[in-house]
Design a binder for this molecule. Structure first.
Ligand code: NAX
Length: 325
């Protein structure tokens, strides 16, 4: 039996995510899943409604759903904690305001995880997800740091889909599109190391100026483009990316492949300062751990992009330094 806690369960990502977790598509048709839904007291009714709908699906793999408004109770004995809930950016709010507003949530949830769970993997989706993960991990020293990650899989999926569409190939032909750094407009979708049908993406695309300008900007700004079109932020695609993220960490990565997620830097790869939650190329190993894929060629062009996103993460860490004591 796998226990999964989802924070912000009554939100729009929660509503897309929960049914897929319950259906057996993530943990397989022979694994029972118990869902722990965490919400703010004001949203408990909505969470309970979603729990009723989950039961009404009669998924054979769903062992039960419980709703909580206390983090420690929700995290008790969970194997996965998906930290989706966070404060949204209000009108006129700067990114630094958002960082500060969310920090206390992740201090509390980090501490609650330390008390309530041990064999757990934590995935932070709620924004600013890298820095929120940094805070939660800091307050949960009882769990190995490598169990914490923040989601950049949506950026990877967006980058693959946009590239496939431009070149006119199926998205399944695009591999190894690594997202480096922060889940923010400074992220770097590494088209220089991506492959299309086994060949360098740049060669197949044949249009470096497009890759450097429109492509990069479109991946980095895709979230804003969706908000403008839909009037709401990405939800089903974010939930889908979260499913991909869990799967990628649960199964050995095929030889020659890699995927993107933000994990704690151990200070040994690509010059990224130790401790930052930074999106790297990763590979899951047969024993269930992962490694940061070493020695990927980094051009001078890419180095400049990595530096920019690193600087932003260092600045974000500085903004929340009083929450990291
Ligand atoms: P919603 O506003 O629809 O839902 C958020 C839910 O979280 C609400 O129901 C709220 O009551 C709950 N919540 C707030 N604080 C909580 C707390 N302390 N404990 C438990 N629940 C709490 O947002 P939604 O569209 O679902 O997005 C959730 C988060 O994902 C946002 O921070 C959003 O920015 C972030 N995203 C992250 C992405 C990524 O790639 N990492 C992409 C999609 C999305 O933008």
């Amino acid at each position: 039996m796998i226990h999964v806690a989802i924070t912000g369960a009554a939100g729009q990502i929660g509503y897309s995510l929960l049914f897929r977790l319950a259906s057996g598509e993530v943990f397989g048709p022979h694994t029972q899943v118990k869902l722990h839904l965490l919400e703010l007291p004001d949203s408990m009714k909505a969470a309970e409604g979603t729990a009723m709908e989950l039961e009404d699906c009669a998924f054979p793999t769903l062992a039960g759903v419980e709703c909580f408004d206390q983090a420690e109770a929700a995290f008790s004995g969970v194997n996965w904690a998906l930290l989706v809930g966070s404060k949204p950016r209000g009108p006129g709010m700067e990114r630094s305001d958002l960082i500060r507003a969310n920090a206390p949530i992740f201090v509390r949830q980090g501490k609650a995880l330390a008390r309530a769970a041990s064999d757990v993997r934590i995935v932070v989706v709620g924004n600013p997800c890298n820095t929120n993960a940094l805070i939660a991990q800091h307050h949960c020293q009882e769990v190995p740091a490598t169990r914490f990650s923040a989601m950049t899989m949506l950026d990877e999926n967006r980058g693959k889909a946009l590239l496939a569409k431009k070149i006119g190939v199926p998205v399944a032909d695009v591999h190894n599109l690594v997202i480096w750094g922060n889940h923010s407009p400074t992220m770097y979708p590494d088209f220089e190391n991506a492959l299309v049908g086994g060949k360098p993406a740049e060669t197949v695309c044949g249009n470096r100026p497009w890759l450097e300008s429109q492509y990069l900007a479109q991946v980095q700004q895709r979230g804003a483009e969706i908000i403008q079109a839909r009037g709401k932020s990405s939800a089903a695609s974010a939930a889908s990316a979260c499913i991909d993220h869990i799967r990628r960490f649960s199964q050995p990565t095929p030889t020659g492949e890699m995927f993107s997620a933000a994990v704690p830097s151990n200070g040994e790869h690509y010059g990224i300062p130790k401790g930052l939650i930074f999106s790297f190329p990763l590979r899951t190993l047969a024993n269930g751990t992962y490694e940061i894929v070493p020695n990927i060629p980094i051009s001078a062009y890419a180095r400049e992009k990595l530096q920019k996103t690193t600087d932003e993460l260092l600045k974000e860490r500085e903004i929340v330094k009083d929450q990291l004591l």
